[in-house]
Design a protein around this ligand. Structure first.
Ligand code: NAP
Length: 318
């Protein structure tokens, strides 16, 4: 890690898993001379003060962003427009606004109109995370060896992009510059759809459990919740971890990446129907060929160093 300050003052707006992880990484490697934090609720600000991973915690958003060279929005996507409008009058000329949102066209739509003249706007998405939320769940190593995708709109100041790139690299990330629309399609299939499937499967099992309970009551036998948990092999267990991710954040992701998610969902439904047919007609060769192909993809992910763990649980990548 560099140890050289890349910005004088960085303001983090929203101090949850991602905001607090950035603060911790900035402090550990002295990447900013001052890290200012703001969060909406007094409880979160109090926890942030107690955890002591930044230089100042502000009750007023204006005080946090004033004089900042870099402001990073780290709240759920649905909060961005209001936050950008509220902080705009307090930003200094030459500052950069960025964010960490998991959908990029929506951020450009919501934040773009509020960016004042003379302020740069470089949207970003660290493809790193866990299913945990809040300032106590963050850790400085979260971004190491993970991708951070920057989606600067056409005409963005190249020095601002280069400086932010250096910051993410100093926090351990590999940086890729991408068009926002392309980002949203890629993430729809690699992250958003898998989360939708996890939420669906865990919901289906819960419904099934209720149904089994009713049947058992009718038959005079008892099936309790522990049984489903007890016999959860790796597959279902992994789904429950993903399905424990923050409901507000995921609500906002699906609402804001609607087109791409629906497109990928359509493709998935077709493939599911094909597999369903192969099972019904006993077409083992088709199933085996499909599973062999997907195994190769998993090996590719391992070879690319994207299957590792840093936290107690394997990081997810919204
Ligand atoms: P988090 O741990 O739940 O923290 C969310 C933060 O946003 C909290 O500080 C919360 O403040 C604040 N907030 C919530 N609603 C708000 C509102 N309406 N107005 C203002 N502030 C609000 O979330 P996170 O996991 O850090 O995620 C934050 C962003 O990172 C999201 O946009 C998400 O798409 C993106 N992201 C997440 C991950 C991940 O794995 N979690 C990975 C990559 C990117 P209070 O506590 O004060 O209410």
């Amino acid at each position: 890690m560099s140890g050289t300050a890349l910005y004088d003052r960085v303001a983090l707006v929203g101090i949850g898993l991602i905001g607090s992880s950035i603060a911790r990484a900035l402090r550990r490697d002295k990447l900013a001379r001052h890290v200012a934090c703001w969060s909406r609720r007094p409880e979160t600000r109090e926890t942030t003060r107690r955890l002591d991973f930044c230089d100042s915690v502000h009750d007023a958003l204006a005080d946090a962003v004033r004089d900042a060279d870099l402001v990073i929005l780290c709240a759920p996507l649905g909060a961005n427009a209001e936050l950008a409008a509220a902080m705009a009058p307090h930003l200094k000329k030459g500052a950069t606004i960025s964010d960490v949102g998991s959908v990029k066209q929506a951020v450009i739509r919501d934040v773009g109109p509020h960016v004042p003249e003379g302020v740069h706007f470089v949207p970003g998405h660290p493809v790193a995370g866990t299913e945990h939320s809040g300032p106590d769940s963050g850790f400085a190593e979260l971004f190491e060896r993970r991708w951070c995708i920057l989606t600067p709109p056409p005409g963005t100041d190249q020095d601002a992009v280069a400086r932010l790139t250096r910051l993410w690299q100093a926090m351990g990330s590999k940086v890729e510059i991408m068009d926002a629309k392309h980002h949203d399609r890629v993430l729809a299939i690699t992250s958003h759809l898998p989360h939708l499937i996890a939420y669906t499967i865990v919901g289906t099992v819960t419904d099934l459990e209720d149904h089994l309970k009713r049947e058992a009551a009718d038959a005079g036998t008892i099936i309790d919740r522990a049984e489903i948990v007890k016999f959860s092999a790796g597959g279902f267990r992994d789904f429950t971890r993903i399905a424990a991710s923050d409901p507000i954040m995921w609500r906002d992701i699906f609402l804001n990446n609607r087109e791409s998610v629906l497109e990928m969902l359509g493709r998935l439904s077709e493939d599911l129907a094909a597999l369903q047919r192969a099972i019904r007609w006993g077409e083992g060769d088709k199933l085996e060929a499909w599973f062999r192909r997907t195994r190769v993809i998993r090996r590719g992910i391992i070879d690319a160093g994207q299957a590792g763990t840093f936290a107690a649980t394997e990081p997810e990548k919204p």
